[in-house]
Ligand binder design. Structure first.
Ligand code: SF4
Ligand code: SF4
Length: 84
């Protein structure tokens, strides 16, 4: 599953630099996660790094982007191939 940021985000800026996939960016009013780039940190870390650092716990899974671990690994490999 990709993750998403809710309106409770306080724009504290700490999650953006922690994302290994550059999936987090500033949106119109709050930070947003690009579901095409979020692997739930699969391939990089055991736990989603953004959730670890968010002080207000406003990063749940995105119900519109439910993916299995295999799909997340496939996304990770696609992103790595694009970056190469
Ligand atoms: Fe980035 Fe990982 Fe958070 Fe997804 S779970 S947005 S890949 S830090
Ligand atoms: Fe928003 Fe949480 Fe990211 Fe801070 S860490 S910018 S509160 S989503």
């Amino acid at each position: 599953m990709a993750l998403t940021i809710t309106s409770e985000c306080i724009n504290c800026d700490v999650c953006e630099p922690e994302c290994p996939n550059q999936a987090i960016s500033m949106g119109e009013t709050i930070y947003v996660i690009d579901p095409a780039k979020c692997t739930e940190c699969v391939g990089h870390f055991d736990e989603p790094q953004c959730i670890q650092v968010c002080p207000v716990e406003c990063i749940p899974v995105n119900p519109d982007h439910v993916e299995s671990k295999d799909q997340l690994w496939a996304k990770f490999r696609r992103l790595q191939a694009q970056a190469a």
